[in-house]
Design a protein around this ligand. Structure first.
Ligand SMILES: [Zn+2]
Length: 473
């Protein structure tokens, strides 16, 4: 045994956490009532309010030295710590979540107010309730349960709650430079991923990167009559549609020259791990709620999980032309698309953006005036999910869920992970979290499975003990 406790100390901590669960949920609901939409400048003040409430919550949960980490022009993040582990060899664990949220989308499509949490059939519904305010409270609840039960934690803990995750962490490098010593840790635990299925935990070891590019094609200073000029003046909307179509092949896979040259092929072990999960593109599509008759995109020769975790993809996330309402027989002056490229392991984001930009200029119809704006570009992240920290995490999730976790990928991006892990010499990164395939993160009617959230909290209680009991190096 190392330190002042052994595994027999855990059961009482779990009991404490269960008794506190109604309070934990109340705190989550309070946090979810704040529309901390980082991408919308009109909500900048709400992001500050949610950072302030996060500070209060962490303090109330026994964390010390809780403070806002500010940077000029950035949304505030929050850091708290508890650094009094008895065992001098105990690791310092950095627990990560984020308090900013996505916009609600079309509010009318929500069954209930996106910023008034409502419980239905064992799930709690509200924007950010799952992604990722449940992660904030999971960390806080695990810490408090240990402190309330035994007056101590098995290891040193820092809780870091980012405020810019949903904006793509644009100030990440500056942030890591400024606060390097404050954030220093031996192991990174992120609660922004989730379960494989309801009741079946996962450890995520693969994230895609992201490059966002706006392209505008302009023909005119203002709109003109489509009858008089159609056939002579190139329509910017048709031209942009044609340009976008030129970026993909018949499977809708990205087909830009040079773009995918540096995609890393999966190893046999990685591919086997994916095949062992045994899913089909068809069932993945149905889980997304695709309408009857819709067929899967992507090269059918490649396993669906490899496609969504380890291959690039293009999504048009915004398109400005003329709305249907008020449309008339005009050729619009300009059209803009926001292109969101998920990047695969191996891809250099800068190189990818260069290839996309070159492609755009080479494929613009009729010499339309072209503007390209590259917003953010972050690389993919992968790790080999083996070694003592992963084994500790497997034991913790198995104890919390009464079910062994699967090693899984996630097609989304968490820009913080790679740079953070690298800043501290490649420390182990354990990606777990509150989401499940029905959570609709970023969609409408986002929700949290409350019983899996309880299991996540209990897994974190185990994890703090397991990491303390495991020599990480
Ligand atoms: Zn998230």
């Amino acid at each position: 045994m190392t330190g002042a406790f052994d595994r027999s100390a855990i059961a009482a901590v779990i009991e404490t956490a269960r008794a506190a669960l109604p309070d934990t949920q109340r705190d989550l609901e309070a946090l979810a009532r704040i529309p901390s939409i980082g991408a919308d400048p009109a909500h900048a003040r709400d992001v500050v309010r949610s950072a302030e409430l996060t500070i209060a919550i962490l303090q109330e949960h026994g964390l010390e030295n809780v403070r806002m980490l500010d940077l000029d022009g950035a949304h505030p993040s929050v850091l708290g710590e508890w650094m009094h582990a008895d065992n001098p060899d105990a690791p310092t664990v950095l627990l990560y979540a984020h308090h900013d949220v996505q916009p609600p989308g079309v509010v009318a499509n929500w069954t209930s107010d996106p910023f008034e949490p409502v419980e239905r059939n064992g799930r709690l519904y509200a924007r950010g309730v799952c992604d990722d305010k449940a992660g904030v409270l999971a960390h806080a609840a695990a810490v408090k349960a240990w402190l309330d039960t035994h007056g101590t934690l098995p290891c040193n803990v820092k809780v870091f709650i980012e405020g810019e995750e949903e904006s793509g962490s644009p100030n990440l490098e500056r942030f890591l430079t400024t606060y390097s010593e404050d954030l220093r840790a031996d192991v990174f635990v992120l609660a922004d991923a989730g379960q494989w299925k309801v009741g079946e935990p996962a450890i995520t070891y693969m994230l895609r990167g992201l490059a966002t590019i706006d392209v505008t094609l302009r023909a005119l200073d203002g709109p003109v009559h489509s009858g008089i000029f159609g056939g002579a003046v190139p329509d910017p909307t048709v031209s942009l549609a044609k340009l976008i179509a030129s970026m993909v092949d018949e499977h809708l896979d990205v087909a830009i020259t040079g773009f995918g040259d540096d995609v890393r092929s999966l190893t046999n072990t990685e591919r086997q791990r994916i095949l062992d999960l045994g899913s089909s593109a068809e069932s993945y599509l149905r889980a997304a709620g695709a309408r009857p008759g819709v067929l899967p995109a992507g090269d059918p020769a490649i396993n669906v999980f490899e496609r969504v975790w380890a291959r690039p993809n293009l999504t048009v996330i915004g398109f400005d032309s003329h709305p249907l309402a008020g449309s008339s027989n005009q050729i619009v002056a300009a059209a803009t698309a926001r292109l969101s490229f998920r990047l695969a392991a191996g891809q250099d984001p800068q190189r990818a953006c260069d290839a996309i930009t070159t492609h755009i200029y080479a494929h613009v119809p009729c010499g339309l005036e072209t503007t390209v704006v590259v917003h953010e570009a972050v690389p993919a992240w992968t790790t080999n999910p083996v070694g003592p920290a992963f084994e500790a995490c497997e034991r913790a999730l198995t104890a919390g869920f009464a079910k062994a976790p699967v090693a899984a990928g996630m097609g989304g991006s968490v820009p913080f992970v790679g740079p953070f892990v690298n800043a501290f010499g490649g420390i182990p990164a354990l990606l777990i979290g509150p989401e499940d395939p029905h959570s609709h993160a970023h969609g409408e009617d986002e929700s949290l499975h409350l019983d899996d959230w309880r299991k996540l909290i209990e897994s974190e209680i185990h994890l703090l003990a397991e990491l303390a009991l495991t020599p990480l190096r």
